[in-house]
Design a protein around this ligand. Structure first.
Ligand code: SF4
Length: 91
């Protein structure tokens, strides 16, 4: 599933927070998560256990991998529970 889109539209921080996603800040990429959508399939933790570790707080640390890899893993989330936004200088 496209990790930076919902229904074909590019996501914004405002949209995701309005929908109830929680933001996990990274230096170059933010990852967003909605636990109510998560299907607990585990693609994220298998994809990069450094970034995604269930039981750790916070369980998502975007800077524990490259931003490209973070985006790649988020794209493998089948439910749409994970999204990402690359950070711009002013974000
Ligand atoms: S890949 Fe998506 S649906 Fe699966 S456990 Fe991770 S967040 Fe939940």
């Amino acid at each position: 599933m496209d990790g930076n889109k919902i229904n074909g539209q590019e996501v914004t921080r405002e949209l995701l927070e309005q929908k109830g996603y929680k933001r996990y800040r990274g230096e170059n990429i933010d990852i967003y998560y909605d636990k109510n959508i998560c299907a607990h399939i585990g693609n994220c933790v298998r994809g990069n256990p450094e970034i995604f570790e269930v039981g750790r707080r916070p369980w998502i640390i975007p800077d524990n991998g490259s931003e490209k890899n973070a985006a790649f893993v988020v794209d493998t989330c089948p439910s749409g529970a994970l999204k990402y936004i690359f950070r711009k200088e002013d974000a």
